[in-house]
Design a protein around this ligand. Structure first.
Ligand code: AMP
Length: 293
């Protein structure tokens, strides 16, 4: 695997691949690679001639300076992991290399950015769109791989592709979880051992919510998830003031991302949650409808 830090070196390699009519798979990441990222790289490896993994902590998608400062950076280990999963190129530019000019572009996405992460992370999705478009321009991928853990982000990228009319196939990939159910995330490494031990209760609560959806209405299920997590520390007397603080839990149409009121409102329904635990913001997604195969 080759590691490039400049756009010039990446562009040369891409031009060569394009001339040889090779298909290109792009896996955009912010590094601190775990099995979730590696599943995307392995899928890209199966489906493309050339696999490019970008490793770039994109400052313009962080609306919280502390989150940006604390974001884990493990480039050497990332390159080894990306290579072992089959990547051909790791592209790890500096901020100056990625953005030689100040970024002035602002993207708008309408209703799909007015829910869930959108209002809580102002500017986040525009910042994501700017970096993803830049990566698309630089790598000209045949396919681009994104994880369903960031469910709303996939809808945003789909909308971006419609706006910019690039013929890139967007490939959504399933969430990879730890054995205890916690969705893998680069932010998990910031959890204390005590917090890591209780964190799987987010997924456990979502799984119970899906069972409950067979006999309870949407609003009851939604309220139950929020109540269960908000009161978890009282019911289970957690140590060191540990507690779950849910920011939102929304049960939404999986295409429009708008909240539903009735289980029959949409053919595809997912629940998306953001929860604070131990100073770390964790997100997860569960499918309600249709049944997973
Ligand atoms: P990030 O480095 O967090 O920006 O993530 C890079 C890509 O990996 C995004 O498309 C994420 O949705 C995806 N990803 C992150 N965590 C997981 C996971 N646990 N399972 C599957 N994909 C993931």
């Amino acid at each position: 695997m080759q590691t490039f830090t400049t756009t010039a070196a990446l562009t040369a390699a891409i031009n060569e691949a394009k001339q040889a009519n090779r298909t290109i798979g792009l896996v955009p990441t912010m590094g601190a690679l775990h099995e979730g990222h590696l599943s995307l790289i392995r899928r890209a490896r199966q489906e493309n001639d050339l696999v490019v993994v970008s490793i770039f902590v994109n400052p313009i998608q962080f609306n919280n300076k502390e989150d940006l400062a604390k974001y884990p950076r493990t480039l050497e280990a990332d390159c080894a992991a990306a290579a072992s999963a089959g990547a051909d190129i790791a592209f790890a530019p500096s901020v100056e290399e990625m953005y030689p000019e100040p970024v002035t572009t602002v993207y708008h996405f309408g209703p799909i950015e007015e829910v869930m992460e959108g209002p809580r992370r102002p500017g986040h999705f525009s910042g994501v769109a700017v970096v993803v478009r830049r990566l698309f321009d630089l790598t000209q991928p045949t396919r681009a791989y994104f994880g369903e853990k960031d469910f709303q982000q996939i809808a945003i990228i789909r909308n971006l592709l419609e706006q910019i009319k690039y013929p890139i196939e967007l490939v959504p990939c399933p969430i990879v979880r730890a054995d205890d159910g916690l969705a893998l995330s680069s932010r998990n490494m910031r959890l204390s051992p005590e917090a890591r031990a209780v964190a799987p209760n987010i997924y456990a609560t979502l799984v119970q919510a899906v069972e409950m959806s067979e006999y309870e209405d949407v609003e009851s299920v939604r309220d139950w998830v929020l109540d269960t997590l908000s009161t978890f520390h009282e019911v289970n007397s957690l140590p060191n003031g540990l507690r779950f603080e849910p920011e939102y839990f929304e049960i939404v149409n999986d295409t429009t991302l708008q909240p539903i009121n009735d289980w029959n409102d949409a053919p595809g329904v997912v629940g998306c949650i953001a929860v604070w635990l131990d100073g770390v913001r964790l997100i997860d997604v569960i499918r309600f409808l249709p049944e997973e195969e």
